[in-house]
Design a protein around this ligand. Structure first.
Ligand code: GLU
Length: 463
């Protein structure tokens, strides 16, 4: 390969960073990194009515959270209007673009007539200058749009990095609007000027854009600009086989951050959704970069699998150092109004194996910082009158301990069991219910050791 690889992600700030866009960003990023190239972030904010600063902020935050660092950007299209107008002026002068004065009503009438004739609804090029053609008189008070002179005939063919060879005939597409009356360019035009100016060599994007690509290729050619290579990544389908959408559950990266997923797990899961490296399921982003050469991208849609993502996240939680996990859990607790302390590291160590998310870890941790309320069913099942004297003995024994640690607590439990001729579960279960609020916990001595002695005794007294 000659020249430096340059890729980009170009989200529109009309909402949060969608999982599909995050995956495309990951592929673009990994491809650039694999080739020692550069990755650009561009914010496509020309849909002025729907773009918001809040969405831009969320997108930037999600990119940062995922660790997808970019070498240039964010570049905002709305700050490049002059450049687009300059290119439009050049195209008008060169005859590769023209003004069109059709009103929306006229266009609708045109489409109606086409529909009535059973034809595809395409702009009929009535304002396109052609040798020997007399254009309609310029109406007053109608601000014109600028349209691109798309070649009327012939095929547009490209070798898609993901899908292989794709051909679309120019008869399928019309002279698209490239500049709106308000002077703001449309997507298909701005994207080309940007990819050209930013020397983008490889464009990865969702396959919903396949039908836009012939226009873009034609505009590149009209501008005499070098063509990037295109790779159209298939959509992500929801569990139900429909396109993943808001109505079918969380689709924003932010939601997964909020719900206790780790960015490294998200990246790993997203990477595998549409790309593979043998049977590898768990890998670091550095490994992905070393493997990601644009091959092994799937041509068919990937299916979102919430259970698989949860499994991947659980593996990363298990493997993560407790001291690194603790601040993430502290942040989750903070949302519940709970201030954690340095016991949280030990709590993470003890509970992380049974948690798929940091939210689940926070659920466990909450028992150490807030009141617990055992269910009536658990109390009834585990807290018989027969065991209550043993619990009182245990509370007394614990009260006398001068060292508060797992070994000392274990010894006190053992003595209590002997004194009351009980087996471990008969005592451990009610103790768990009283102290943690639930009978399913890690070993009871380890759990109690994280509480203060006073708190344990206080809860045991609620027997
Ligand atoms: N703003 C477009 C989108 O979010 C970018 C498409 C492209 O990458 O060309 O879908």
């Amino acid at each position: 390969m000659t020249g430096k690889v340059r890729t980009r992600i170009a989200p529109s700030p009309t909402g949060f960073l969608h999982l599909g866009t995050a995956r495309t960003a990951l592929y673009s990023w990994a491809y650039a990194r694999h080739h020692g190239g550069e990755f650009v972030l561009r914010i496509e904010d020309t849909d002025v009515a729907r773009s918001t600063q809040d969405s831009t902020d969320q997108i930037l935050a999600s990119m940062h959270w995922l660790g997808l660092d970019y070498d240039e950007g964010p570049i905002y299209q709305m700050q490049r209007l002059e450049r687009y107008r300059e290119v439009i002026a050049q195209m008008l002068a060169a005859g590769t673009a023209y003004h069109c004065y059709c009103t929306p009503a006229e266009l609708e009438e045109m489409r109606e007539a086409q529909r009535a004739r059973g034809e595809k609804t395409l702009y009929d090029r009535r304002w396109r200058p052609e040798p020997g053609k007399v254009l309609p008189p310029v109406p007053e008070g109608v601000p014109p749009v600028v349209r691109f002179c798309n070649p009327p005939e012939g095929d547009v063919t490209w070798n898609d990095l993901v899908k292989g060879e794709i051909t679309i005939n120019n008869r399928e597409i019309d002279d698209l609007i490239i500049l709106r009356p308000d002077g703001v360019p449309t997507y298909n035009f701005a994207v080309v000027v940007d990819d050209w100016d930013m020397n983008i060599t490889h464009v990865f994007r969702g396959d919903e854009h396949i039908n836009n690509t012939p226009w873009q290729i034609n505009i590149f050619r009209a501008l005499g600009a070098p063509l990037p290579q295109f790779g159209h990544v298939p959509v992500i389908l929801g569990d139900d086989g429909q396109k993943l959408s808001k109505r079918r559950g969380a689709v924003s990266v932010t939601a997964y951050e909020d719900n206790g997923y780790l960015p490294e797990a998200m990246l790993n899961y997203l990477a595998r959704l549409g790309w593979s490296h043998g049977d590898d399921e768990l890998f670091t982003s550095a490994q992905m970069v070393s493997w990601f050469d644009g091959s092994h991208l799937s041509k068919s849609p990937a299916q979102w699998d919430a259970a698989k993502l949860a499994w991947v996240n659980a593996q990363y939680i298990k493997a993560k150092a407790d001291a690194q996990l603790a601040p993430l859990v502290a942040a989750q607790l903070k949302k519940r109004g709970i201030e954690a302390d340095d016991r949280l590291v030990a709590i993470c160590a003890l509970f992380k194996d049974r948690c798929e998310t940091t939210v689940a870890l926070a659920d466990w941790a909450a028992a150490f910082y807030a009141d617990v309320s055992p269910s009536e069913a658990d109390r009834a099942q585990h807290l018989s009158d027969a065991v209550k004297p043993a619990i009182a003995t245990l509370a007394d024994k614990l009260a006398t301990l001068s060292t508060w640690d797992k070994a000392a607590i274990a010894a006190a439990i053992k003595e209590t069991l002997a004194a009351h001729s009980l087996k471990m579960p008969a005592l451990a279960m009610p103790v768990r219910v009283l102290v943690m609020g639930t009978p399913q916990t890690p070993s009871v001595d380890a759990v109690l050791a994280i509480f203060s002695k006073e708190k344990v005794i206080e809860r045991l007294k609620e027997a």
